[in-house]
Structures are given as structure tokens and as C-alpha cells.
Design a protein around this ligand. Structure first.
Ligand code: C5P
Length: 300
């Protein structure tokens, strides 16, 4: 019998590199980015039930949630007689630059395609993802990717080695639009070099990867929230290879030298009152994982 419910995971990302390029006529900026999946995830339960779309996610419930909009677009092209219920348990902080909302939307697209016997090809899913937001396509693919355009043109890079990551989130979040506006006033482009990134990743050299970290949006976001610069400095001084703000912030990540060091540093930030996570860079096998969580769905 075909199942009518599944549980799946929506992973966060960090930007190991982010260069802001020219502003386009539609108000968006072209960018170049090296995007990386990390092991912090939200849990999504999808059920085919009722006759409408329902999205339950604490204070982020309802049609404003990108996962709701993903379901809406997904069934827009289908003749579906059932409704969809989406329940999201969030761990990924919001307004953090970690693509939490985009990842929930991507997991919804991926999960619904599995539940409904693949009505869409991967290319069609990517098209739906791009209609939803800049990071959704990356979250659909995952791993280590070079992104261009608004983030929708993706090229697979050599998978990054497993790295120990400390994530520190200031209490205040950052509005993405405001960060880009500040960049326009204060910022300067630092284009990424694809070959240099490919070399560092192929060599699986954490030290070289860490030395390449750069994010053009830092200057704008730091002008909104100076604490971001302090966290970066503290992560480096505590012994990380390097540290960087992710996306438009406000989360900052450090690349630690070991898991033990990551835990020690995380504790020192926790004692200062920050929300902190210790995780790793991962290359998820998203389709495989979907099958596993499909059959072992008791863990929600
Ligand atoms: O992607 P999202 O719609 O969340 O972006 C919010 C705002 O950030 C956009 O309206 C735009 O002003 C700015 N932005 C940009 N260039 C990008 C992504 C976002 O200028 N590539």
C-alpha cells in the first residue's frame, strides 16, 4: 500500500564564500557563492490529508511560510484531490543567513515529489524552487556548490572535507534586504576565484579552505549589528582556523580544529548568553535519506 505520510530533514547551509556583483534591473544583485550544507536540520512531516494546505510551525505557521508556498506551487500543476499537512519542528534559527526557510521549502518539494510518485523531474523541481526564493535551489541539491545569478545557477564543486563548525547566533536577526542596501552604500566587491576554490576543495585542505573564507555582505550587516565583528574576532582568538558571517547574517560560523575544540569554544559562547550549535559540514544523499525516513517514520 502506498504510504500517505513521511518525515524528512531540511538541512541548513553556510556560505564559505559570497561575492556581491552588479545590481540588476529587478532590484536583486548578481552574486557568486560557495555554498555548503551543514548538519543542523529542521524536521518536516508531510501528510496527504484533508482538502487544503496546512502548515504548522509555531509562530511561523500558515501561508506566509515558504514551505506552505512550496506546497501551493507543487500542487498548482497537478490535479490533486487531497490536501497537504506540513508540520515543521524548527532547530535552524531564522534571520540567520542559514537558509532555514528555504531548506524547509526544498524539503517540502522533495518530500511531496516522493509521496506522490514523482510527478516532477528534478529539473522541474528546480524550476519550482527558483520561483520560491534565491536559496531554495541550493537546498534541493545540497552538498558543496558554486552558485551564480541570484543563487539559482548551480555547479557542483568537489565535496568539502568534513569540518567541525561552531555556529553562533546573536539575539538580533538581520533583514536580508537591509543588508544588501547597506552593501550598496558601504561595500566593495571581492570576486571569488572558481579555480582557487576548486583546488582547495579537491586538496581537502581545511586550512586552505579556511583561508579563503570571504563574505561581501559582512560590512553591511556589521553596520547594522556590530556584534557580528566581535563574534568573528572571538572565534578566531579562541583558536578556530577562521570565522565568517553566513549569508546576510546574523549567524557567524567558525571552523574549528577538532570536535573537542568546537565544543569547548561553543561552551564559552553559551556562557556569554549566545545561542550556539556545534555541527559539521555534510554531503547529504538527499534522495536516499528520503527513502530511509519514509520507511522509518516513527522518529518525528
Ligand atoms: O531572496 P529574498 O527575496 O529573501 O531577498 C530579500 C531582499 O534582499 C531582496 O528584495 C533584495 O532587495 C535583496 N537581495 C538582493 N540580491 C540577492 C538576494 C537578495 O539584492 N541576490
Amino acid at each position: 500500500m502506498k504510504e500517505d505520510c513521511l518525515v524528512t530533514f531540511a538541512y541548513a547551509k553556510v556560505n564559505l564564500g559570497l561575492a556581491v556583483r552588479e545590481k540588476r534591473q529587478d532590484g536583486y544583485h548578481e552574486l557568486q557563492s560557495v555554498m555548503q550544507t551543514i548538519g543542523l536540520y529542521d524536521t518536516i512531516k508531510l501528510s496527504l490529508t484533508g482538502c487544503e494546505i496546512e502548515c504548522i510551525c509555531g509562530g511561523l505557521s500558515g501561508p506566509k511560510n515558504l514551505a506552505y508556498q512550496a506546497a501551493e506551487r507543487f500542487i498548482g500543476g497537478l490535479n490533486l484531490e487531497k490536501g497537504i499537512r506540513i508540520e515543521i519542528k524548527k532547530k535552524i534559527p531564522i534571520q540567520a543567513g542559514l537558509a532555514g526557510g528555504s531548506s524547509d521549502a526544498a524539503a517540502t518539494l522533495r518530500g511531496l515529489n516522493h509521496l506522490l510518485n514523482k510527478p516532477y523531474s528534478q529539473e522541474e523541481l528546480l524550476e519550482l524552487a527558483n520561483q520560491l526564493g534565491s536559496d531554495v535551489a541550493f537546498c534541493l541539491q545540497g552538498g558543496t556548490q558554486w552558485a551564480e545569478g541570484r543563487g539559482e545557477r548551480l555547479f557542483a564543486l568537489p565535496a568539502a572535507p568534513e569540518m567541525d563548525i561552531i555556529l553562533v547566533k546573536p539575539w538580533q536577526g538581520i533583514n536580508t534586504g537591509e543588508s544588501y542596501r547597506r552593501f550598496d552604500q558601504l561595500g566593495k566587491e571581492h570576486p571569488l576565484n572558481l579555480e582557487t576554490w576548486q583546488e582547495a576543495l579537491s586538496a581537502l585542505s581545511i586550512e586552505r579552505i579556511a583561508s579563503l573564507l570571504s563574505n561581501d555582505l559582512e560590512i553591511g550587516s556589521q553596520s547594522i549589528l556590530p556584534e557580528i565583528a566581535d563574534i568573528k574576532k572571538d572565534l578566531r582568538e579562541a583558536g578556530c582556523y577562521n570565522a565568517l558571517m553566513s549569508g546576510s547574517g546574523s549567524a557567524v560560523f567558525g571552523i574549528a580544529r577538532s570536535e573537542t575544540q568546537a565544543r569547548d569554544i561553543a561552551l564559552s559562547f553559551k556562557n556569554k548568553g549566545y545561542s550556539v550549535w556545534v555541527t559539521k559540514t555534510i554531503t547529504p544523499n538527499l534522495s536516499q535519506e528520503l527513502k530511509q525516513s519514509f520507511f522509518g517514520r516513527g522518529d518525528y
